[in-house]
Design a protein around this ligand. Structure first.
Ligand SMILES: CC(C)(COP(=O)(O)O)[C@@H](O)C(=O)NCCC(=O)NCCSC(=O)CCC(=O)O
Ligand code: A3P
Ligand code: MG
Length: 222
């Protein structure tokens, strides 16, 4: 099996399917697209820098995505629609692999990560209202200790991970932390089949278990 096939097979083992699709409507929903691509024979991930003018998470690094809208048919539709709006990614060129288990953020938004392969030749067209920059980086960066730190403060699941990435193309230094870092380390570890050099703070064989506890606590309060 080649790199891409291995990553797809490994990610699909953690597909959440529709297990979380029928949760109460009182739980507001969002999706993020985790776009993977092959570049120089390696798996890469695509990330965005949010506009400094946004009300929430201004200037932070995140995956393309956003809140579910009434016309969306499911979580995957939300992720693809948002990616098309934010970075001009044509949905028909995207190979969706699977939805992973959703995560709850502090605001109570249930966020479903949708993992997908995009074409290596994709040229982003950022929507300046929402996105100031788009960059890609090797997925294995999220398994290395070199530019990583970890804080004991609980994030969406496990401790808070943080990475400092210097983009060799632009020289820009990007901090990737919190929710986005948690999703990136999970997808990197699963897709590459490689334990990170640092302590993850959750069980890689069952990454959804920590999340289930958080979700059940939240559901009991609805
Ligand atoms: C949650 C969102 C996917 C919603 O999308 P929208 O475009 O409508 O804002 C998005 O805001 C998002 O990805 N936010 C997180 C960005 C991020 O990871 N920032 C760095 C750390 S802040 C953090 O981890 C917040 C955790 C929390 O519980 O809120
Ligand atoms: N055309 C537009 N111009 C400016 N802001 C927009 C916009 N469309 C969406 N937004 C804002 O962009 C953010 C992300 O939206 P989405 O969920 O669609 O990704 C939201 O703001 P905040 O994140 O500041 O609340 C939303 O209000
Ligand atoms: Mg968004």
């Amino acid at each position: 099996m080649d790199l891409k096939e291995k990553a797809i097979a490994s990610l699909k083992k953690h597909a959440s399917g529709d297990a979380f699709s029928r949760l109460p409507a009182a739980l507001p929903k969002a999706s993020v697209l985790i776009p993977l691509l092959l570049r120089h024979g390696k798996l890469h991930a695509l990330l965005t820098v949010r506009s400094v003018n946004l009300k929430h998470h201004a200037g932070e690094v995140c995956f393309p995505g956003g809140k579910s809208e009434s016309g969306d048919t499911d979580e995957t539709h939300t992720a693809l629609r948002e990616a098309e709006e934010e970075i001009g990614l044509p949905s028909h060129t995207v190979q969706v692999i699977c939805k992973l288990f959703p995560v709850l953020n502090k605001a109570g938004l249930l966020i479903t990560p949708v993992v997908a392969f995009i074409e290596s030749s994709f040229k982003p067209r950022p929507n300046a209202d929402e996105v100031s920059e788009v960059f890609t980086l090797p997925l294995e960066f999220f398994t290395k200790e070199a530019d990583h730190s970890c804080y004991p403060v609980p994030s969406v699941f496990g401790p808070t991970h943080s990475f400092m990435y210097t983009d060799p193309r632009t020289g820009h230094i990007h901090q990737i932390w919190g929710l986005t870092a948690a999703l990136a380390v999970t997808v990197a570890a699963l897709a590459l089949g490689k334990k990170p050099e640092f302590e993850l703070g959750f069980d890689l064989d069952d990454p959804a278990s920590a999340f289930r506890d958080v979700l059940n606590r939240r559901l009991s309060k609805l």
